[in-house]
Ligand binder design. Structure first.
Ligand code: ZN
Ligand code: ZN
Length: 343
């Protein structure tokens, strides 16, 4: 497929999709019904429907009975850990293998025209982005994901929070299931802003940002504190009226779904003539510019707080003005402090 029918390349060969990112039309007032109807299928397909299905599969094949979940032993948490590691390996590995190792679609639709493996960098412990990221994923993030999952299931099984059933509360649970992606983004935005504060950025979140040119293995490459904050999204289901299956969907969205923003390609080619949108651009821009798009564009936080980047040149200019003003504010503060110290 010719990606230049859908975008352009800058001087450095970086791919820029045509058009601009737009806030989800659920926030338009007065409502734009046609736009909403056009947007809605993309909210479910392919990613959220796929993640919900993984939770159903977990529920049927991996999660034991309530009486087993009620006891904190080693056996079922270890099986859950193995399931998380295996499913992540299959899902992330599929995209890594096809798009980054076998390079089946070359650099077509790839935002950064280089592949992470082609760039040696001393910011990574092993000198290689992929190895460093995969190690952090399997040794830090998946164990913490599983730990939160175990605690949430255990709390449900013991009746510490109400376990709503689908037969008695179909509407309540349908609404909670429907807003799982919104809960994810709200939680992510909150912890993401927190870990972008100078101290936490330096000691915690900078690890994730070492991947300036991300690939799926970058997704869960995190400091343990970031991973813990990130996966604590499961706790929302101990507060909201919910059910452990929906909590699993929430945690799979965080664990198995994190690769979506890190795909590095704007479209995924299915055949020579067809491709579907990846939804990766918003978070790619975050990895590129650091202080834009803390959320993903379904929730309006970046719009409200002025950090939205819609991928256009105008947004680039607005961002530069914002960064310059921030620098000036810091410089003025430092000058004031220096003056006070001199007195
Ligand atoms: Zn990221
Ligand atoms: Zn960040």
């Amino acid at each position: 497929m010719d990606d230049l029918n859908f975008g352009t390349r800058d001087k450095r060969g970086h791919y820029i999709p045509n058009g601009r990112l737009e806030l989800a039309p659920i926030w338009s007032f007065p409502p734009k019904v046609l736009k909403l109807l056009k947007w809605l299928p993309g909210y479910f397909f392919p990613w959220n429907a796929f993640l919900a299905l993984t939770a159903v599969a977990y529920w049927h094949f991996i999660i034991p009975d309530r009486s087993v979940l009620a006891h904190l032993t080693w056996s079922w948490p270890l099986i859950l850990f193995a399931a998380n590691a295996a499913s992540l390996f299959v899902v992330y590995g599929f995209f890594e293998l096809n798009m980054f190792v076998l390079k089946r679609q070359g650099t077509r639709f790839k935002y950064n025209n280089l592949f992470p493996g082609e760039q040696k960098s001393d910011v990574f412990i092993s000198g290689n982005q992929n190895i460093d990221n995969a190690l952090r994923t399997f040794l830090i993030s998946i164990p913490l994901w599983t730990a939160v999952e175990v605690l949430v299931l255990w709390a449900f099984a013991n009746g510490y929070v109400p376990w709503l059933t689908f037969t008695e509360n179909p509407w309540k649970l349908a609404i909670v299931a429907l807003i799982v992606p919104l809960i994810h983004e709200t939680h992510f935005y909150a912890i993401h802003r927190l870990i972008h504060t100078p101290f936490l950025y330096k000691w915690v979140h900078s690890i994730h940002h070492n991947s300036v040119n991300p690939s799926p293995w970058s997704s869960l490459s995190m400091h343990p504190l970031e991973a813990l904050l990130y996966f604590s999204v499961g706790v929302w289901h101990l507060i909201l009226p919910s059910n452990p299956l929906i909590a699993l969907y929430q945690l799979n969205t965080a664990g198995l779904g994190a690769f979506i923003g890190h795909l590095g390609f704007d479209r995924i080619e299915v055949t020579e003539a067809s491709a579907f949108g990846s939804h990766a651009y918003s978070h790619y821009l975050h990895h590129k510019h650091f202080e834009v798009n803390y959320a993903d564009g379904v929730m309006p936080f970046d719009h409200i707080f002025g950090s939205y980047h819609d991928g256009t040149k105008e947004a680039d200019e607005r961002m530069k003005v914002r960064f310059r003003k921030k620098k000036e504010r810091i410089a003025a503060k430092l000058a004031k402090l220096a003056k006070q110290n001199a007195q």
